[in-house]
Every structure is written in structure tokens, then in C-alpha cells.
Design a protein around this ligand. Structure first.
Ligand SMILES: [Fe+2]
Length: 196
């Protein structure tokens, strides 16, 4: 029986970092990545590994994830659309507050008008894509064969700080205060983190 017959439809194998062999691979990749980003990002943690097996023509709708991802493509073809999380036409301040505040996606909506702002990647086996922390994306698989990809995800100290500022901003907004957006002022962000 071939892989396609065995699977019949798309599958996500998660938490492969708990396997001894895949766990070493996940850590080796992230240890190497950590060396390359040590000036701006620290303490790569919440380390996880995922295997995506996607049926021909499979789609992953527009969404955001709670971490950064190093995505390695193994079989088939895929098209990715990726947006900057700092693009306020695509991701509003209030959507960010909700997303980080309750870890919810109900305010994360695809907008046709934002396609002009997307980065489009056509990937083949051997290609890779890096997804910055919480950057919106969607995926379309090719129609010829099953696609197989491997992804390693993580968060850093800086990511946790961003999340905390948005959570604080959500609380402030509930109190009737219009908070300054995360990233607008380092001083204000630091004060929020120190006082909370
Ligand atoms: Fe994703």
C-alpha cells in the first residue's frame, strides 16, 4: 500500500520533539538558529516539531500561529502567502490584542484587499520558509501528489514580551483606555512589562 492510500487525507503529526530521534533534530536545528540570531533574539524555547502530510490540492486557510516557524519542504509543491505582522492594513492593533489576549483566531480574517501586501512563495522539495512570530499566512498544495513538510517552531524572550504587552493592552482597552500599540515606544512597552 502506498503512502497516499494509507493516509487518504491530510494529516498533522505534532509534538515530534518528544521522539528521541526527532527531538534531537528539532534541538539541533534550533541550537544552530539561536547562534545566528543571538543579538536580537534570546532563549529559543517552547521547542516543538511538526510533520505535515497534505493531500493533493489541500489548503490551509489564512491564520496565525503562536510561535515562529522554520518550515522545511520534503515532497510535492506548495504555494505560501505570508504577510508582515507589522502591516496594520493586514493585522490591526485590536486584532493583535485579541489574538494574544485570549489566544483566539476569531478576529483573524482573510481580506481579499490585502493580497497585494502578501509575499508569495512557490516551494519545491528542498526549499524552506521562515515564518516570523505570529505572521499571518495561508497555504495551497499542488494538485499532483501528496505534500510532506517538516516544521520546527519556537518562541523567544522577545516573543513572550510582545505577547505580554498585547495582553496588557487588551486589559487597558477593557478599562476604557486606548493603549499605545506594541512596538511604538520601547519606553512605554518596558514600563508596561515592569508594572504588570
Ligand atoms: Fe500555520
Amino acid at each position: 500500500m502506498c503512502l497516499e492510500d494509507a493516509l487518504k487525507k491530510s494529516k498533522l503529526i505534532q509534538n515530534i520533539q518528544n521522539d528521541s530521534i526527532y527531538g534531537k533534530l528539532v534541538n539541533d536545528i534550533l541550537d544552530e538558529a539561536e547562534v545566528g540570531v543571538h543579538k536580537t533574539q534570546h532563549n529559543l524555547r517552547k521547542r516543538q516539531g511538526w510533520i505535515f502530510i497534505t493531500s493533493p490540492d489541500g489548503t490551509t486557510p489564512y491564520h496565525r500561529d503562536q510561535e515562529s516557524a522554520h518550515y522545511f519542504h520534503i515532497q510535492g509543491k506548495k504555494t505560501f502567502w505570508l504577510w508582515r505582522v507589522s502591516d496594520r492594513k493586514v493585522v490591526t492593533q485590536e486584532e493583535n490584542e485579541f489574538f494574544h489576549g485570549v489566544y483566539g483566531l476569531s478576529k483573524t480574517k482573510y481580506q481579499e484587499a490585502c493580497m497585494d501586501n502578501a509575499f508569495e512563495f512557490h516551494i519545491q522539495p528542498g526549499d524552506g520558509v521562515f515564518f516570523p512570530y505570529t505572521a499571518p499566512h495561508m497555504v495551497q498544495s499542488g494538485n499532483e501528489e501528496f505534500s510532506i513538510s517538516f516544521s520546527v517552531t519556537h518562541m523567544t524572550d522577545e516573543d513572550f514580551a510582545i505577547r505580554r504587552v498585547y495582553k496588557i493592552n487588551q486589559l487597558l482597552r477593557k478599562l476604557g483606555i486606548a493603549p499605545r500599540d506594541q512596538g511604538e515606544s520601547r519606553v512605554v512597552d518596558s514600563l508596561k512589562l515592569a508594572l504588570h
